[in-house]
Design a protein around this ligand. Sequence first.
Ligand code: PMP
Length: 396
Amino acid sequence: MFERIERVPGDAILGLIQAFKEDTNPQKVDLGVGVYRDAEGNTPVMRAVKEAEARLLKNESTKTYIGSHGSPAYGDAVLPLVLGADSPVLEAGRASATQSPGGTGALRLAADFIAGELPGRGIWVSDPTWPNHHGLFTAAGIALHKYPYVDADNRLDFDGMLAAFNKIPEGDVVVLHACCHNPTGFDLSAEQWRTLLEVVRERRLLPLIDFAYQGFGQGLDEDAYGVRLFAEQLDEVLITSSCSKNFGIYNERTGCLIAVAKNAEQMENVRSQFAVVARENYSNPPAHGGAIVSEILHDPELAAVWRDELTEMRDRVNTLRQEFVKALDPYGLAEKYACVGEQRGMFSYTGLTPDQVDRLRDEFGIYMVRSGRANVAGFSRENLPYITRAIAVVNG
Ligand code: PMP
């Protein structure tokens, strides 16, 4: 039977990582991969995480199953982080968290829930979006559509987005990035969130908000603006939260699917369906990452350490964005790439064309995705002069 199976090409990013490894250019720069890097180019374990793990190792007494919804202590810690400590939604008991293997696992739970319990509804993702959104929702059997997000001049196309939302069939699901839009870095302003809310309400759309970078944009609370607005103002919202980036626990697979319903009764009904979907996919989520997050967030001192570390990461990325634009000024290119200074999060749609990306790789050993998406955390004080000179050459 396997004779007929065709091999598919691997993930383009993995190919990029391999090519980078093999490149012998001593000045080579990796702007491709999707993880945070510090000034030395490392993705270290955060101090708060190390401390939490030491405590867990000492105190852990069992490795029995944690149940399809995961650890209640993790849910109790994450819900206020996402929805706000004084959230009226939590006060009303109309939200709950189901722990999942990463944000990806949460998205898959949401997808299977939608396919099974809300059949016939289409799902709308931004164009462009994180490529895995396409695979994930299609694999669950949901009809996938796109709404515009970026215009031809590499700017947020909010008007185009709004016009598209006004034509989405009633009851369909719309996927929104809470902050640090991947791959573009373009985020909605508070005013734009409020405008969008009215259309979503009017057209009775179901928002599925992907919250993979809380704390990487402007701050833990600032980044949650749209999530909290929608959860407080609408009866029904789905939120997928990931702890991969903000706790730096990528390989622990830690996230959750949050259901916000009209009341506690309906929330429990929806939540019960999440457990079914979780059981069918993987039975129980992995425990360790959730235990780390719970250990940190339930201890005010450790939580303060974590917040400081997260602030350091966020500030580094935002500073590098400004320094990148400044370094392009002598080449007369600061205005052309000003968007990089305005975008938020780890990723930037730079506006570099696929041809320019190829030249940067071949002539300078600078690696990024062909869409022109750069991981800003790959910038450093040392390599910015080299990168910006190379960009000036391929613009010449
Ligand atoms: N959504 C978006 C937009 C992402 O960029 C990512 C991570 N690249 C995820 C979800 C999934 O994150 P996780 O590693 O927690 O599965």
